[in-house]
Design a protein around this ligand. Sequence first.
Ligand code: SF4
Ligand code: SF4
Length: 354
Amino acid sequence: MLTAASVKTKALELGFDLCGVAPAGSFPELAFLREWLDRGYAGDMAFMSRSADLRADARAAVRGARSVIVTGTLYNTVPPYTPEDPPPDRARIARYAWGDDYHDVLKARLDALLAWMRARSDTPFAASAYVDTGPIQERVYAQYAGLGWIGKNTCLINAEKGSWLFLAEIICTLPIEADAPAVDQCGSCTRCLDACPTEALVAPGVLDARRCLSYLTIELRSAIDGPLREGVGTHVYGCDICQDVCPYNQASPASADAAWQPRAGLDRPALAELWRRPDADLRALVRGTPMTHAKITGLRRNLAVAIGNSGDASALRALAEDSDERPSARDPMVREHIDWALGQGQRSKGKSQR
Ligand code: SF4
Ligand code: SF4
């Protein structure tokens, strides 16, 4: 017999830190996606528009769905640098990308949970399991499953564990007892909105992805707009600022899961050292991590911008070197960012000599 309690117990056994159940219904928060897309906030993420109908209701993804089982997995680990004082010659990489690719790790765990459910269920059922990439607004269902609330920084926040959480879910036709929705606990706090370097949080809980470093350094395949480049700072993949400042993350427990621990080479990498890596080495370094999503030219573009912003003499020297082993650096789009970065270096040198 499959009960909500037995599913949650099994989920914890399989390595998930949180598990709750939401009804597979249509909630008011789901409707905002259309308006968000109409405002152009998705930028070049055309897949969001293409799947908007599916994303409007979990029942569109699985016909006859009754329940959404939502899991949360803590990926907080000891940071390789203090968020308030990142060394200027080091690359900043979003915490979720320091270890193994969560899509692979969590999909295997979710498939194991689903297989266990099928073996235990008295009746056959339809189901789909998704890790981030499915056509579902998982944070909304996570909130209705009681895992946490959607904060003003748009992240799902659990009052005890914070927001360093991967979400993954199973939509199924089984009528599993739902949890009570979580209650918003942001209160009058505005730390995340105040800290965002590019003012991407245009209102509480509303992100203009086109200005967000997570979009600019990961999703965007073309050039980063000139006026936004300085705001990128030394981020080469993603951004954690609006989570680092959140009071609910100050006491977030650290995960001991080997999958999320910072990999050697992604632990405080020096910008100069990262840049000098031949393309084959750079690809090998990020293989099996979420960083493959940015593609090699995206990583080179981001590195060039980060080096330009760092003002680090050693990294700027590395950037000026040409090498047959780094063909991605000769891509015209990347080349334009290199030229911008070297110009930034000249400007900051000029200022320091005045
Ligand atoms: S991830 Fe960074 S750029 Fe994006 S909203 Fe948060 S602080 Fe702003
Ligand atoms: S920083 Fe404050 S306002 Fe922003 S998500 Fe955290 S609690 Fe909410």
